[in-house]
Design a protein around this ligand. Sequence first.
Ligand SMILES: CC(C)(COP(=O)(O)OP(=O)(O)OC[C@H]1O[C@@H](n2cnc3c(N)ncnc32)[C@H](O)[C@@H]1OP(=O)(O)O)[C@@H](O)C(=O)NCCC(=O)NCCS
Length: 448
Amino acid sequence: MSNSLSQVDLIREAFHYQSRFEGSTMVFKIDFPVTEDPLFPFLVKDLALLAQTGFRVVIVPGAKEWIDSVLAEYDIVSAYTDIDADSFRITTARAIPFVEMAAFHVAARFMTGLAGSRVDAVIGNFVRGRGLGVVNGRDMENTGAVDKILVDSLNKALSQGMVPILPCIGYSPAGKPYNVPSDEIALTVAAALGAVKLFFVSLNGGLKTGSYSFPKNLETGDEGRIIRLTPQEAEAVLAANSGANGLRPLQELGLALRATRAGVERVHIIDGREEGAILRELFSNLGSGTMVYADEYESIRALHSRDIPTILRLMDPLMQQGILVRRTAEQILEKKADFSVFEIDEQVHACGALHEWGEGQAEIAAVATDPLYSDIGLGRRIVGYLIDKAKKKGLRRVFVLTTHTQDWFEFLGFQEVSVESLPVKRQKIYDQSRRSKVFALQLISQGA
Ligand SMILES: CC(C)(COP(=O)(O)OP(=O)(O)OC[C@H]1O[C@@H](n2cnc3c(N)ncnc32)[C@H](O)[C@@H]1OP(=O)(O)O)[C@@H](O)C(=O)NCCC(=O)NCCS
């Protein structure tokens, strides 16, 4: 695929997502170290762009490290206590004015950046807080939890096109300030506003194989990045790494899982130092971090007539190179029921067909993957789907005729067989000039 064509594809993909999510709410929890990165102004510009384009953007800045340094400056030493395996700072009455000051300072960094992009923003008391009281025999003083999110006030600000910024402070109805974990604010605000997306922007950038134990067959992208997980898969990853749950990437995964259970459709964990990471995660199918998704995101389904131009476009370069046999739109339409497509977010990115030839055998053909989506398991899964389809039909063998892809089919368990072992009808039209090799997979053992 030429560069200009792939650029056009990316633009199309961006428009698709823009129209799909326009007017919906997105919450961004951004860890403090990201605000110190040289690329931070660009990240805020991207958030401003989203707000200007019609997305309802809410920002929850993390301020932990900045609070630590402000408290240290004023010689205030914090004690910590563990609650449900999470470590909580005990914010004393003496510390809370400094914690407020630090939290609002970090919020102001976002405000400044947004003002520079001419986007109205408001740092507000949108979080009702309540004290944790006495835990493990210790008075938690001004350490709090989210009591409730003031949804009406937030919606008012959002409907006026403003970006609400929520520092990690919650106020009791009597006006007492509590230091509330910003992760918790992000999660509850996303659930309360019915956000379609929640982003955790940190320096970690999602999960990578190699660092943790993962169930087999998870899709990976560049450098072993785990592209996406269902809530069930996220749960399995957390269980397999229970000894390391204190590590931030796994904490983020735990938060993502809780958010999907609270009704947020998609949670993205991305690296705030990567320029354009938010836009890439938002406007392209493969994103740049790890996504936990609770909605219908991808599926393999039967071909519809309207998909024919798309699959012809996938197959065309391969037909020109002689890798796939030439087919016209009419021929595909005629065999429509044989074809299946792999769809990601309602866009087709791979296809394949299963043609029955009698004698208990079917041919797997026309397998093609969008080159922008290669090597992430689409081909393997569509072939797996076609094999299942053949099994359900009670067929005993599937075969494939290939000139270029024998290694791949061998890798999938196919073995080379003779042309003479093909069903007679298929042998008759075997193209001697292509000299394709035949590979087959036995579905029912020969003796059975
Ligand atoms: C073959 C094809 C369908 C694979 O699609 P895909 O979605 O990229 O494949 P997957 O992600 O499931 O598998 C990728 C693995 O197969 C390997 N692979 C891809 N094409 C291969 C080939 N032609 N020969 C050997 N191995 C191949 C990749 O290196 C990768 O290996 P890794 O997992 O060790 O990194 C795709 O490359 C394609 O469209 N090829 C042209 C059409 C074709 O040959 N069709 C088959 C004839 S019907």
